[in-house]
Write a protein that binds this ligand. Structure first.
Ligand code: IMP
Length: 416
């Protein structure tokens, strides 16, 4: 009986999970997504060809791996059908849980309209209907992927549900689709997706029983978790490692190694508190050098210094065994670099991540910067200052750094 390893984002997403998952996916037999939807996104280059992944797990690029989209994901049929066009037939290599909830076009319309109405109080969502589709799931008015197999019944049930939603949709100016329109879409979804629909829980259990190597690929980041993140400026799923259990139907005993992916500085897209945000020159440099633009929405990411308080908190929530430290090269050339080691709140120094982040100011320590780590492949070849920076991150967070990424290139990775 094997155990499933987890890769989890430690900050507000966009830590660079794609590069690590892409590298590790080759060593695994099964790669699974367990939460989120097409709000996630990363680009992978293989042999000069660009692949944009939103819902399909990264194991798709390893011809020997099976890919599973678990029950905890909200699945947009239109998005995945578009995504599948990049690949040859994936039948037998991709499986979608019949229990995953559907994210339908009206969910995006509701998401976008609600955001518009909130004005400056908007969350800054990706506009992909993630919140409204999870809301339907929790309200027990959602629809699941398995229902696509019975189109007339599903279309009827969706139209029935619109009766409850009618006042909301009218107020938001959203036109309600007719039964005929719904049925037409569902028939199309069924035609494209039927070969992939399966009871994936049974498949994962079987793979564990057969001692297969299983990788669970997290989406978004810990600080966007619906329970533990900076609510309400969060996404609508459990992004922490524990979410992978419910999102796939496995028990905590089935989990093996937990690898946290952490960026050498901090970024966030959308609104919400961000104690170490740097609105000055340093933040601009990180944004430019790190090409900090969202893959899914094209939005510019907010940037700032490494927040060891937030990372320590996230490491504990996830039970991280080790970290992959990403984008260290983006800090090349800074004369000094800063790490937030504590916060000041209500005149007191605190060393924990409080539920209420208002009136929190970061307390920094300053370290010497380094000229360049770009492309370095051995730890000993890193400049002394960069090694000290990594050492300090380990001390402050209590987690060992196992992988260091020194450029976007796949080979430029130090494995300790
Ligand atoms: P939603 O997930 O579209 O509802 O957006 C909620 C919040 O999560 C917003 O701040 C988004 O910017 C953020 N978010 C959602 N998905 C990602 C992601 O993959 N990377 C980074 N931030 C994300």
């Amino acid at each position: 009986m094997s155990k499933a390893d987890i890769i989890v984002g430690i900050q507000w997403g966009d830590e660079g999970k794609g590069k690590i998952v892409d590298r590790l996916a080759r060593e695994y037999d099964v790669v699974c997504r367990s939460q989120g939807g097409h709000n996630a996104g990363h680009t992978i280059w293989v042999d000069g060809v660009r692949y944009a992944l939103h819902l399909v797990p990264s194991g798709v690029l390893n011809k020997h791996a099976i890919n599973i989209i678990g029950n905890g994901v909200v699945l947009s049929p239109t998005s995945i059908i578009e995504e599948l066009k990049q690949f040859e037939n994936l039948e037998g290599r991709l499986f979608i849980s019949d229990k995953a909830h559907l994210n339908l076009p009206y969910h995006s319309l509701i998401d976008q309209a609600k955001e518009r109405m909130k004005g400056d109080k908007a969350i800054g969502t990706t506009g992909k209907g993630i919140g409204p589709s999870y809301a339907d799931k929790i309200s027990r008015t959602g629809h699941r992927v398995g229902e696509l197999l019975n189109p007339e019944k599903l279309a009827n049930s969706i139209v029935e549900n619109f009766k409850n939603l009618e006042p909301v949709m009218k107020a938001l100016g959203i036109e309600i689709p007719t039964f005929k329109e719904c049925l037409k879409d569902i028939l199309e979804y069924k035609k494209s997706l039927e070969p992939y629909i399966a009871d994936t829980t049974q498949m994962v259990w079987k793979a564990l029983g057969e001692d297969k190597k299983i990788l669970l690929e997290g989406a978004q980041g810990t600080l966007l978790d619906i329970d533990h993140g900076t609510y309400p400026y969060v996404t609508s799923s459990n992004t922490v490692s524990a979410g992978a259990c419910t999102g796939l139907g496995i028990s905590p005993k089935d989990i093996g190694k937990i690898l946290g992916i952490v960026k050498a500085y901090t970024t966030r897209v959308g609104h919400g508190p961000f104690p170490t945000e740097d609105n000055g020159k340093a933040g601009d440099i990180m944004a430019d050098v790190g090409k900090e633009v969202g893959t899914t929405t094209g939005r510019k990411r907010r940037c700032g210094w490494f927040d060891a308080v937030a990372v320590r908190h996230a490491a504990r929530l996830n039970g991280c065994d080790s970290f992959a430290l990403m984008k260290l090269d983006v800090l090349d050339g800074f004369e000094t670099v800063k790490i937030c080691y504590a916060y000041e709140k209500d005149g007191k120094e605190i060393d924990y991540f409080p539920t209420d982040l208002t009136k929190v100011t970061p307390k920094y320590e300053t370290l010497l910067g380094w000229s360049s780590v770009k492309g370095v492949e051995k730890f000993e070849d890193l400049p002394k200052e960069a090694r000290e920076y990594i050492g300090r991150i380990e001390e402050l967070t209590g987690v060992k750094v196992e992988i260091i990424s020194t450029s976007p290139e796949r080979e430029d990775t130090i494995i300790l």
